[in-house]
Design a protein around this ligand. Structure first.
Ligand code: FES
Length: 93
């Protein structure tokens, strides 16, 4: 099963392939900041230190939101991530 690693504390979680990062965090008290949960506020912006290829590519709307809230190359919105393989997530705000 894919593994989520939270860079800030090193905690890892095994999840079924295709899991929503947002839904998993909310259901399991995983530390990550969320706001709107629909990809428009940028609160959940993060970097994938490992496994960027293991999530679905960003939609145009996600790319626009990321450009507004982060200058980090390859940043993603945690609320939009579907986990297809191992990833390491680092909050950016
Ligand atoms: S929680 Fe608002 S963009 Fe992800």
């Amino acid at each position: 099963m894919p593994k989520i690693t939270i860079a800030a504390n090193g905690q890892t979680y095994e999840v079924p392939e295709g899991t929503s990062f947002l839904e998993y965090c909310q259901a399991n008290d995983v530390t990550h900041n969320f706001g709107c949960t629909v990809g428009s506020c940028g609160t959940c912006v993060c970097a994938l230190d490992e496994g960027a290829e293991n999530v679905d590519p960003p939609s145009e709307d996600e790319v626009e939101t990321v450009e507004m809230c982060s200058g980090v190359e390859g940043a993603r919105l945690g609320c939009q991530l579907k986990v297809n393989g191992d990833i390491t997530v680092r909050m950016l705000d």
